[in-house]
Design a protein around this ligand. Structure first.
Ligand code: C2O
Ligand code: CU
Length: 455
């Protein structure tokens, strides 16, 4: 495999920065959303004006034991409204952070207190859910790690949060948010990837060490295609949820919002490096380096599965079926769709910034896409009738894929390639109104979202 050091030239000019306000003392720990600066590009470039939580890119890692209560006061020091969604947490609906569905957006200068229990162990994350295609692209996201009471035997536990930035030649934030071309194509694909906010994240390891790597795709649109040369690894969890049987980790494909937990042994030579490598059209590029020292002790056995989370048993036999068809986008041939209760031609939809639809409807309709009684299951064949891949995310629940071999792993986000159909089964066990949307955030903004109700 060819791995390149990333040579780096920014090709593309604009800028904005506003002063942050002070952080007030309060008994509840705070997440202060505010403008700040971060060194995203290599040191030869200036730093970049970003929006962040508590001044960090990514936001501070929140780490709590399974079953604990998470409490955070969101303080909004941004020039616009915001909110926080706790992605993948089977959360109390009122804490889900979706403006106009579960709470009012938090005004500039305002705050909102989030407090909820963490039912499942695993790798999760939090991010803004207001104008997310722009706010997340400016940096408003952070990792949320829920620890097992009886965690795996590892020498290190390393979060690797990958973000995708679109910067100008001077490493300023490219201000072309929400461009129709991005919305109608693959979304805002950036020109610089960071891991934990660094152009080249580095962490020392020892040969023979066993490490847990928590990969999180925080990009707004980019699908990651990752490998871990110098490690010998097993996938132990997807989207936070443990696999019953760990699988060998080879190429890891992560749609935006997806997570993969890998338990890996360091097999690179002492004095060498293990890497996290992203594959693109032009080859593999190291995103992170793990310089290898001597002294670790190899385990010599495969890792055991992680302890299961208390997810419901799915009763597939009784599940009814509802099809979800993704439509629209560039080269998608959509001629009309319902939007805000009216049937609009494609031309009128575009005027409203809408180009994607689920089952002929763009954006949130008055009525839920489906309603479930508690404990009721629904099978949903998802048909990607568009020319682009989509990463579909359901709030408040994990689901399983229905395959010829049986039920797949629990997930909260599923990637569908263009033209692909995949079926999921979801069991409504968390009452409330929940969003279902594409996590390519430009697609979500431009119509690819709906909602469902659990009674
Ligand atoms: Cu990760 Cu609706 O969000
Ligand atoms: Cu999409």
């Amino acid at each position: 495999m060819r791995i390149n050091r990333r040579g780096f030239i920014l090709s593309a000019s604009a800028l904005a920065a506003t002063a942050g306000r002070g952080i007030a003392a309060s008994p509840m720990p705070e997440l202060v959303a505010a403008p700040s600066r971060a060194q995203l590009a290599p040191d030869t470039y200036p730093d970049t004006a970003v929006w962040s939580y508590n001044g960090g890119i990514p936001g501070p890692e929140i780490r709590l034991p399974q079953g604990a209560e998470l409490t955070r006061r969101l303080v909004n020091n941004l020039p616009e409204e915001t909110s926080i969604h706790w992605h993948g947490i089977r959360i109390d609906n009122a804490m889900d952070g979706v403006p106009d569905l579960t709470q009012d957006a938090v005004a500039p200068g305002g705050s909102f207190d989030y407090a909820f229990r963490l039912p499942d162990a695993g790798t999760y994350w939090y991010h803004t859910h207001n104008r997310s295609w722009e706010q997340m692209a400016r940096g408003l996201a952070g990792p949320l790690i829920v620890e097992e009471a009886d965690g795996p035997d590892v020498d290190a536990d390393i979060t690797l949060a990958v973000s995708d930035w679109r910067l100008t030649r001077e490493a300023a934030m490219s201000e072309d948010f929400g461009m129709m071309h991005d919305l109608s194509h693959a979304g805002r694909i950036g020109n610089l990837l960071t891991v934990n906010g660094a152009f080249e994240f580095r962490q020392g390891v020892k040969r023979g060490d066993r490490v847990r790597l928590r990969l999180i795709n925080m990009a707004t649109a980019r699908i990651l295609s990752l490998e871990l040369p110098g490690f010998d690894g097993w996938i132990v969890a997807l989207d936070g949820m443990p696999l019953e049987t760990p699988q060998r980790a080879e190429r890891l494909t992560l749609a935006p919002a997806q997570r993969v937990d890998v338990i890996a042994d360091v097999v690179a030579e002492e004095g060498g490096e293990a890497n996290l490598v992203q594959f693109a059209r032009d080859g593999g590029f190291a995103l992170s380096a793990f310089p290898v020292a001597a002294g670790g002790a190899a385990r010599g056995t495969a890792p055991k599965p992680l302890p299961p989370n208390p997810v419901p048993e799915i009763t597939l036999a009784e599940a009814r079926k509802t099809r979800l068809t993704m439509e629209g986008g560039a080269m998608g041939g959509l001629s009309a769709a319902r939007y805000k209760g009216e049937r609009l031609s494609m031309r009128d939809l575009v005027q409203q910034g809408q180009v994607w639809a689920f089952n002929g409807t763009a954006g949130l309709d008055e009525a839920p896409f489906f309603t479930l009684d508690r404990g009721e299951a629904i099978r949903m064949p998802m048909v990607n009738d568009t020319a682009f891949p989509h990463g579909i995310h359901l709030h408040g629940h994990h689901f399983r894929e229905v395959t010829a071999e049986g039920l797949g792993p629990w997930r909260d986000t599923i990637l569908l390639d263009r033209g692909e159909t995949r079926e999921i089964v979801l069991q409504g066990d968390n009452p409330g109104d929940w969003l279902l949307h594409c996590h390519m955030l430009g697609h979500q903004a431009a119509g690819m979202k709906t909602w469902f109700r659990v009674l």
